[in-house]
Design a protein around this ligand. Structure first.
Ligand code: IPM
Ligand code: MN
Length: 379
């Protein structure tokens, strides 16, 4: 990835359900920021992947989609999944394994092996925990994004008979584990260095938890990969003597995320554990409507990174203008930061934060929130 004469190019993929509504907000923000900061950015809106594309073409995206997205520097996606409405029997309905497959195809095919999901409770965001210390939640969950429980290998034998056998293989490689764990320590280091500042997600803004990486496993029940993760973690921790280390079994981590989430700094987890923990972490930082996410290859920018909020296509509210665009806007800020535009990224992040702090009303619609954020981008 390198800015050439024409700058960076981005593919906007609204996808399904509320994806289009929140993408419209992101696009407006990008337009304002491009003008204001004279950003060398160009984008194209793609109709795929989407359920609508499937309805027309019999597939979620063209067969050569993976090759085609390599022409871009970044991919910004709204959401994927059957858009509903849920009670309409005539709706075009795909199984999740079909409609969500492009996401996994991009994550694996572009080798986007780290999924970063910051969870910081912004002032004005819904706080679901009664303990006032929950206002200090400021963690970064880093999820393995290319292997583990998501390799989709296995099969069903004697299908439909009482003797049916289903196998679902999990694959954990030393290389995949080492790069993930090392990246988590590096992020902890950056958060420590920028502690107390408000620039980017890679600083511990509230600075309450000590600089620390918490490893998640289920090594008491799944010792094979649990021990590999533990050994690699202990080995790599020695390269970062200034960063604290801790380990939690995933079930206990769920409990502690609720009981004392302010104790966590960087959390590193397998693909499935990270998936589950980041929905929980999203609630700790105000809900899925506020939770950004990115899929990156921290070692290489040769292939495009994929930015998509943690939330899904929310078929229950799709088409009603009710979706909160904040998660999408914060995700767009992560993308700008990844592309090297840290001032516009911070401006966008602050605009979302200020909007939230000044408007605790949770019933505002997508357009109202967008207008308020855009207004702040002009200031
Ligand atoms: C996420 C989603 C995906 C995942 C689904 C849609 C396959 O839940 O991005 O967290 O499990 O990774
Ligand atoms: Mn998920």
């Amino acid at each position: 990835m390198a800015a050439n004469l024409t700058g960076f190019s981005i593919a906007l993929m609204p996808g399904d359900g509320i994806g289009g509504e929140v993408m419209a907000a992101a696009q407006s923000a990008l337009e304002v920021l491009r003008t204001r900061y004279d950003l060398p950015l160009a984008w194209e809106v793609l109709e795929w992947p989407s359920t609508a594309w499937h309805q027309q073409h019999g597939e979620m995206m063209p067969a050569d989609a993976l090759a085609r997205v390599c022409a871009y520097d970044a991919l910004l996606m709204g959401a994927l999944g059957d858009p509903g409405p849920l009670n309409d029997p005539a709706r075009y309905k795909l199984t999740d394994s079909v409609s969500l497959a492009p996401l996994l195809t991009f994550r694996k095919g572009l080798d986007l092996w780290a999924c970063e999901r910051p969870a910081r409770l912004l002032p004005g965001a819904p706080r679901y925990l009664a303990d006032p210390r929950a206002a200090d939640v400021d963690m970064l969950v880093i999820r393995e994004n290319s292997e583990g429980e998501y390799v989709n290998q296995g099969g069903r034998l004697h299908r439909g008979t009482p003797y049916e056998i289903a196998t679902q293989l999990e694959v954990f490689t030393r290389r995949g584990t080492e790069r993930l764990v090392r990246h988590a320590f590096r992020r902890a280091q950056q958060r420590q260095q920028r502690r107390g500042t408000t620039r980017s997600y890679y600083c511990a803004e509230k600075g309450s938890a000590p600089a620390q990486v918490c490893l998640i496993t289920k090594r008491n029940a799944q010792p094979v990969w649990g021990e590999l993760y533990t050994e690699v973690f202990e080995q790599i921790a020695q390269e970062f003597p200034e960063i604290g280390v801790t380990h939690q079994l995933v079930d206990a981590a769920c409990m502690k995320f609720v009981q004392s989430p302010w104790d966590f700094d960087v959390v590193v987890a397998s693909n499935l554990h990270g998936d589950i923990l980041t929905d929980l972490a999203a609630v700790l930082s105000g809900g899925l409507g506020l939770a950004p996410s990115c899929n990156i290859n921290p070692d290489s920018r040769e292939l495009p990174a994929l930015f998509e909020p943690t939330h899904g296509s929310a078929p229950d509210i799709a088409g009603q203008g009710k979706a909160n665009p904040a998660a999408m806007l914060l995700t767009t800020a992560m993308m700008l930061e990844w592309l090297g535009f840290s001032d516009p990224a911070e401006h966008l992040r602050q605009a979302v934060a200020e909007d939230l702090a000044n408007n605790p009303d949770q019933t505002r619609n997508c357009q109202t929130i967008t207008d308020s954020v855009i207004d702040r981008l002009h200031r």
